[in-house]
Design a protein around this ligand. Sequence first.
Ligand code: IVH
Length: 675
Amino acid sequence: MKESARQRLALLRERINYHAHRYYVLDDPEVADVEYDALFRELLELEERYPDLVSPDSPSQRVGGVPLAQFQQVPHRLPMLSLENVFNQQELVDFEERLLRFLKACGPLEYVAEPKLDGLAVELVYVKGVLTVGSTRGDGLVGEDITANLKTIAAIPLRLRGSDPPELLEVRGEVFLPIAGFQTLNEQRLANGETVFANPRNAAAGSLRQLDPQIAAARPLDFFCYGVADPNQVPCRTQIGVLRYLQTLGFKVNAKATTCRGVEAVAAHFAVLRELRQALPYDIDGMVVKVDSLALQGRLGSKARVPRWAVAWKFEATQATTTLIGVEYAVGRTGAVTPVAILEPIQVGGVVVRRATLHNEDEIRRKDLRLGDTVLVQRAGDVIPEVVKPIAERRSGGEQLIAMPTHCPSCKSVLQREEGEIICRCLNPACPAQRVRALIHYVGKAGLDIDGLGEKAVELLYEQGLVRDIPDFYALTVTDLTKLDGWAEKSAENAVAVIAASLQVPLARFLAALGIRFVGEVTAQTLARRFDSLEQIRAATLEDFLDVEGVGEQSAKSLVEYFRNPHVAIMLDALVTRGLNMHVQDKGVSPLTGKVFVFTGTLKSFSRDEAKSRVKALGGQVVSAVGKKVTHVVCGEGSGSKQKKALALGLPLVSESDFVRLIHDAATLSQRDES
Ligand code: IVH
C-alpha cells in the first residue's frame, strides 16, 4: 500500500513540476487549470495520509511553513558583488579600454547585454539538484535566510530539471513583482486602509522580508536568474552559455539578454531596451554589460566590491518640477554643513520627494537657486534626490536669494571653510549635532548595525542626556529605555541585550563604526587585515598607515589625528573596560601570504594591473617602492632604477618567466586547498 503511494507520489510530483514549469517558466501551458488542480489535490491528499513521504522538493512545500521568529544569517560562500555604473557611451568605451589594457588585448570584446532588473538580488543554493537555502544579498558577504519565502515563487525550481545536476550549484538572480501585481496589491491595500508601496521594488522587498511565508505566497512574485556564483560549477565557457544552461535546469532567463560584439553593438542594444522599457510588464532600470568569456572574467577578477568584467549602464534619471520652499542646514558627523532643499512634496519616478540635497554653497550659486523658485528635481536609481536647476522662466520676481549660515545651526560656533574645500565645517568636537550623527553612525548599518536603535531613538537618548558618547550605550538599562516615548519593556530588553552583544565585534566593523573621516568600510577592512589588534592601530604612526596597500594619504593622516585625540583615547579605554572584545578576522594562509612584491619594467604576458591583482588574490602584497620588506622584485623589460636599488639592497630579483611560474604554482596550490 505504502509502496504504491510512494510510486504514485513520485509520478505526481514529476507531472506537477512539469506542468508548473510549462506554465510559470515557459508561459506555455499544456493542460487546463482544472487538470493541474486535480493532480495537486491528489498529491495533497496522499501526502496527508503518508506525512513521512513528504519530500522537501514536493510542490506542496511551496506554500507551507509556519511563521519564523526571525531570519537566520547565511554567509555566501562567494561574495555577492555589486556593479559599477556607467551613464553614457563614452563611459562604456572607457570601460572597454580598461579591460583591454588589463588583458593586454585588442578589441573588440564579446559581451552579453542583459536588462538590469529592478528587484532584489538573491542566491539559491542547490545541493544535488535540490533547493536547500535561498538568501538575500545582505552586505554581500552575509545575507538572510529567506528560503521559505523564496519557495513560494513558482518560477524558482525546488528541484533542478534534468538527470545530471551539479553536486553544488549557487544560482543568482533577481526577485521582482510584475507591475500588474504591484498595482493590484496597492489597490487591495488602499481598500484595507493600509499604506501603499511606493514602487514594485519596495513591494517585492517588503514581501520577502515577511517572517510569515503565507504573505509572500499571496503576492505574485517572480524570478529571473542571471548567473552563478562559481563558473566552475557549470559546464559552460561563456555567460550566454550559462544562461542557456540555467534554462535547461528549469530557470527563467530574461529573453532580452543578448550577445554583442564591441561597444557599438552594446550601445545599440541599450537603445532598444530603453525604447522597450515602458512596454515591459516589469521594471528595469538599465542594462548590465558582462564580458561573455568566463575565462576572461576569471582573469579580470574583481575589485573591493565590484567585478572588473561587468558594468551597469543606467537609464537617465527620472525628473519632475516642484517649488523650493526652504533650505535647511544639516550637520554631519564630521562637522560638514550641507544645505538641504525643502520641497513642495512631489512624485518622482514613483517616490514622493520632500527634501533634496543641494550639496554645498558653490552649487547653489552655480545653479543660481532662489527661495520660491520652480525647480527641476531628479532621482537616479537609489541615489538621494537632487535639485538640477531652477526654471528661470517661471520666476515671478518675488524669489529670494539663499543666504549661507555663518554659525553652526546646532552649537552656534563660527563655521570654517578650509582652503580648497567647498564645504563649511563646524569645528567644535563637542557640537551636539555632530555627536548625534556620530552616535547614529556607530549603531547604524555602516557601523555595528545594532538592531532596534534607530535615528529617532539615538536622538532621544542624546536629548535626555542618557547617551553622550559611545561608551554610554553600554551603560543603558531597561528602565532607562522604557522611560522613553514609545518603548515597551520587551523591546527595551532586546535592545539592551543586542547592545551588550555588540561588544564582541570584528575589528574591521568596529573601526568602520567609529566614523573616522576618510575611513569607510573598505579601508577599515584593509586595516584589519594588516594589524592584529586595536592596540596596534592606536600605536601606529603615519608611516605605518602609509605602508598599508590601499590606505591613502588622507586616510592615514585622519587616522593619526583621530587616535592622537585625548578624548578618543579616554573613550576607547572606557570601551575596553566595559568589555570590548574584538576578534580579528581569520586571515587565512594563502600561498603568497607574507610575500611582498615590487614590479619594475614592462611585463609581456600581463598588464601591471593584472599582475598586481593576481598577487593580491593569492594573499601577497604589492608595494610601489623598493624597500627592506620586499621579498620579490619582478623585473620586466627595461627595468631601471628600481632594479639597481634592489640589487644594492641584496633583494631577490625575479624574471618574468619565474613570476609566471610562481603565480601558476601558487594558484594550483590554492585550488587544491579549496577542494
Ligand atoms: S550581475 C557580479 N545581472 O544589480 C555581477 N545583476 O548593482 C553582479 N541586477 O545586486 C550582478 N539585473 O541585484 C546582474 N542581469 C543582471 C542584473 C543584476 C539586476 C542587480 C543585482 C545586483 C545589482 C548590481
